[in-house]
Design a protein around this ligand. Structure first.
Ligand code: ATP
Ligand code: MG
Length: 434
């Protein structure tokens, strides 16, 4: 029978044996830890929602004309005949959970972050998967540009703590409803003579949602869009003021950014601020994070009328940039010692020593498989143990053994009765220095 293979566009995250560091679980744990830590410093708290929701949530939240909803959703009927979709993004679910759990009762400002898998039926390629992972943050309740600046700064701080360099922050505004109305007319007037040359998708967008043409990845569309009028010339006084204040705050906070009037973002619910973080290190998939303000969304879900803003960053792309910049990932705890028993009696002794160590928070492992000492030592080295201790009948009879440091091959004699005390001491110094 043929071997069963992983579904297209997905990948495994492994403890070892992955050729690329971004597919090692230690890399994921590190990046997730930093993202959690920095978010906590900014006052954001974790929310976890199901990985699937009623399909309708994404139709209403992400938008009927978005690429995500029209082309990319994993949608199926459950056994009860309900239409269910694997979540393609986090914002709609967080809004649903916020409303359903009445969190508005708990205060006027709410700041959340989430980490988890997202599902999009896309053409798999480097940096683009059918199951990918996002870290995202959402802030509800504050309409002022300080909130926008805080969120952009949070995203950049996470990248910075990870050591990522050479990022570009592109900031734009899509204005309020009034600004977009004025801009839409100007954009349609500009695009009309090019209508026949636009891609099929963009022809459809021309009718339904012309702003989205600015977001097209089609090269010919991009060329046409290049000469399009700028939304910045069509802003209402309120939207203009919001954007200017945001730029001022970013300047004051020394957050470098570029105003890019072609960013509109793919989702329907954005208003005013939108932003993307780009890298030159990933080839075609050059956006590592993106977000924007979506003041109307919570009310549209029949929740309270709260202003809101959020971002999401693709963790695969974050780790791939780290890999291409050869950033080091701190290693997690490795075994302090590896016990190697020779014979049945020693096996039991080693098992008990290992168990005692583990009950005392000392990371250890023991050899239960190898027939020969050299291959046992190879195993100890492979798992990154610092010391090994070989126990046979001589050691058990005399009560004397030796502790061998694997990197230096240096051996020190040790009384078995003292071993646990010595390991406790070594473990506390190892913890202090890591
Ligand atoms: P793109 O323009 O690359 O398709 P997007 O606009 O669809 O991105 P968002 O919906 O804003 O992306 O998702 C937030 C982030 O999630 C992106 O900036 C990107 O880093 C990541 N991302 C999106 N889709 C994928 C995918 N299929 N595979 C891996 N990462 C993804
Ligand atoms: Mg996309």
């Amino acid at each position: 029978m043929a071997k069963i293979q992983i579904p297209k566009g997905t990948f495994d995250i492994l403890p070892y044996g992955a050729e690329e560091p971004w597919r090692l679980s230690e890399t994921w744990q590190y990046v997730e830890r930093i993202a959690r830590e920095v978010s906590a410093e900014y006052g954001y708290r974790e929310i976890r929602t199901p990985i699937y929701e009623r399909t309708e949530l994404f139709h209403r939240g992400v938008g009927e004309t978005s690429d995500i909803v029209t082309k990319e959703m994993f949608t199926f009927e459950d056994r009860g005949g309900r239409s269910i979709s694997l979540r393609p993004e986090g914002t709609a679910s967080v809004a649903r959970a916020f409303i359903e759990n009445n969190l508005a009762q708990c205060g006027t400002v709410h700041k959340f972050f989430y980490i988890g898998p997202m599902f999009r039926y896309e053409r798999p390629q480097s940096g683009r998967y059918r199951q990918h992972h996002q870290f995202g943050a959402e802030a509800y309740g504050i309409s002022g540009p300080e909130q926008d600046a805080e969120l952009i700064d949070l995203l950049l701080q996470i990248y910075k703590r990870l050591g990522i360099k050479d990022l570009q922050v592109h900031v734009n505004t899509v204005g309020d409803v009034q600004s977009r109305g004025a801009y839409k007319t100007a954009l349609l007037d500009y695009l009309r003579p090019f209508l026949e040359q636009l891609s099929a998708d963009s022809k459809m967008r021309f009718e339904k949602n012309p702003l989205r043409i600015l977001d097209s990845k089609d090269p010919k569309d991009k060329e046409i869009v290049h000469g399009a009028p700028s939304i910045l010339q069509h802003l209402s006084p309120a939207s203009k003021d919001h954007f200017q204040k945001l730029c001022h705050l970013l300047d004051q906070a020394q957050v470098p950014y570029i105003v890019d009037d072609k960013i509109v973002r793919g989702l329907d619910y954005y208003c005013n601020t939108v932003f993307e973080v780009l890298t030159t290190h990933l080839g075609a998939q050059n956006t590592i994070g993106a977000g924007g303000r979506y003041d109307g969304l919570i009310a549209q879900f029949d929740g309270p009328d709260l202003p809101a803003i959020g971002f999401a960053t693709g963790l695969e792309r974050v780790m791939q940039v780290m890999q291409s910049q050869q950033l080091t990932i701190p290693v997690t705890k490795r075994p302090l010692i590896y016990f190697i028993p020779l014979g049945e009696e020693a096996r039991e002794k080693c098992f008990l020593l290992a168990t005692t160590c583990r009950h005392n928070h000392i990371p250890v492992d023991l050899e239960l498989n190898a027939k020969k000492v050299p291959s046992a030592i190879q195993n100890a080295i492979r798992i990154g143990a610092r010391y090994c201790c070989i126990l046979g009948s001589d050691e058990l009879t005399s009560g004397n053994a030796s502790l061998k440091e694997l990197s230096t091959r240096h051996e020190q004699p040790i009384r078995l009765s003292n071993l646990i005390a010595v390991l406790k001491e070594l473990n506390s110094t190892q913890c202090a220095s890591s």
